[in-house]
Each structure stands twice: as structure tokens, then as C-alpha cells.
Design a protein around this ligand. Structure first.
Ligand code: SAM
Length: 246
């Protein structure tokens, strides 16, 4: 009998070794390892708002991919604190809610040829773009829900989640999952948009299904899950939160 795992791209083969529950017949027909649609995933809360619906569509993912490329080129606040993450060469880095994969590609450059950068997302069009632009020998993509990461405990050296937590029905569950899969000392950088009207009009405006975090909300959750040296910085309408697992 053929061992199916030997037929996988190298990065996905490495990823299989890190999974809690590796599938007997991995579905990599679209270039990423599809781990969604298990009965357990039915129990995970879903975001039904218009923003996530856009990111789950072909046109929305095309639009986002182009906007993020321009924003990252010209706006310093969008740029990942890659040096601060202290990713060890040959290590494993995780991009939670990777979208079109440009951050995952940055992580891949940091882990180097012997390392592994993994991007996780639920949107098929986003993952298709990620595979197209960034998949390679040390970069692989998984389709999974961030509220239920498919990785074993303490398998990751650094993690990021950029412009994602606001869309997740249970962001605390995602941060708990990241804490579970990070190795002690591993670093996490999170960014969320905090788009609020400049003046409080006292009315609740529609948010498209996105959560607006209060100033210390993410930092407090990180501390509850064992992160230390937690720092929160707001730059314009973006909030960055960083921490190191104690
Ligand atoms: C605004 S995009 C950000 C993409 C990427 N992090 C970046 O900075 O370019 C948000 C991404 O989060 C993903 N996402 C939303 N909810 C998710 C969930 N529960 N699990 C995994 N990914 C999720 C969306 O599909 C989308 O690709």
C-alpha cells in the first residue's frame, strides 16, 4: 500500500507530523491541507457578518489581497514586527488567519530553508491566493478554524494573527489555542483594526460582524493564558498587542 503522506508537498508533510489528529487520507487537492468540515467543526461558532462573507468570496479576497499589498508597502503601522518575534532559524512559525499569505511568506523567510511557516485560514479563495503566491518547500497552508487549531501542544516557536481576531466569534478561544500550541518563551504578535467613529454619537453603528476590542481586552486575555511582557500599542485605527509565553 502507498503511504499517502510521502506524496504530499514537503511543507505539508512536515505539517502532518504536527497535527493532533492527522487524517488518514489528507485532502490536498487544492494545494492546502483541508482539515475543515469534521463533525467537531459544526460545533464551532461561525461569523455570519458581511465582512467575513466578503473575505470568503473570490472577489473579496482579490480586493483584500491588493489592498493589503499596498498598505504594507506604504503604511508603517501595517508592518509586522518580524525582528521582535525572534523566530529561530529552522523553527516553526504560525500565521493564524493567514488570508492571501503575504505574512506567512515573511515568516517563511525568517524560519529559513530548514524551518516551517504554516498559514491557517477558513476561506477557500484566500487560501487559493496564498497557495498561488507563497506555498513552497518551507511554507504550507491549512484550512482550519482558528478557534480549534489542528496542531499539537507546544509545536510552534512564534505566532502571529493579523487583522483576524475581530472576525472570530470567540477570540479568547483562539488566543487560548495559540497559547496551547506555542512553546514556552514563544512570541505572539496580534493586530486588530479598531475603526471607531471620531466622535461618539451615542448610537450603535453596524460593524459588519466585526468585534471592536476595548484597549486592554486582548492584553488581559493574553495575561490570563500565561503571556508575560504584554504590550499594547495603538497606531491610528490599528491596535498591536505583543506578548511572550511565560
Ligand atoms: C482581513 S483578513 C487578514 C489576512 C492576513 N492575516 C493578513 O494580514 O493579510 C482576515 C482573515 O481571517 C480569516 N478568518 C476569519 N475567521 C477565521 C477563523 N475562524 N479561522 C481562521 N481564519 C479566519 C478570513 O478568512 C480572512 O482570510
Amino acid at each position: 500500500m502507498t503511504d499517502l503522506s510521502t506524496m504530499l508537498p514537503p511543507a505539508l508533510r512536515k505539517a502532518l507530523d504536527l497535527l493532533t489528529d492527522p487524517p488518514a487520507e489528507p485532502d490536498v487537492s487544492k494545494g492546502y491541507l483541508d482539515l475543515l468540515n469534521t463533525p467537531e467543526d459544526d460545533d464551532v461558532a461561525k461569523n455570519t457578518g458581511v465582512i467575513q462573507a466578503a473575505w470568503a468570496s473570490t472577489i473579496g479576497s482579490f480586493f483584500y489581497d491588493n489592498v493589503q499589498a499596498l498598505s504594507r508597502r506604504f503604511i508603517a503601522a501595517w508592518q509586522l514586527p518580524i525582528d521582535w518575534l525572534s523566530i529561530p532559524p529552522g523553527g516553526t512559525a504560525l500565521d493564524v488567519g493567514c488570508g492571501p499569505g503575504s505574512i506567512t511568506a515573511q515568516l517563511a523567510r525568517a524560519v529559513g530553508p530548514d524551518g516551517l511557516a504554516l498559514g491557517v485560514d477558513i476561506s477557500e479563495p484566500m487560501l487559493a491566493r496564498a497557495v498561488n503566491s507563497a506555498a513552497g518547500s518551507q511554507v504550507g497552508f491549512l484550512r482550519a478554524d482558528a478557534q480549534r487549531l489542528p496542531l499539537r501542544d507546544q509545536t510552534v516557536d512564534a505566532a502571529v494573527s493579523i487583522a483576524v481576531l475581530q472576525l472570530i466569534p470567540d477570540p479568547a478561544a483562539t488566543l487560548a489555542e495559540i497559547a496551547r500550541v506555542l512553546r514556552p518563551g514563544g512570541r505572539l504578535a496580534v493586530m486588530v483594526p479598531t475603526l471607531r467613529p471620531p466622535i461618539d454619537l451615542g448610537i450603535k453603528l453596524p460593524t459588519g460582524g466585526a468585534h471592536l476590542f476595548s484597549e486592554d481586552e486582548i492584553g488581559d486575555i493574553l495575561e490570563d493564558h500565561g503571556f508575560v511582557s504584554v504590550r499594547t500599542k495603538s497606531i491610528g485605527q490599528l491596535q498591536w498587542v505583543r506578548g511572550k509565553l511565560g
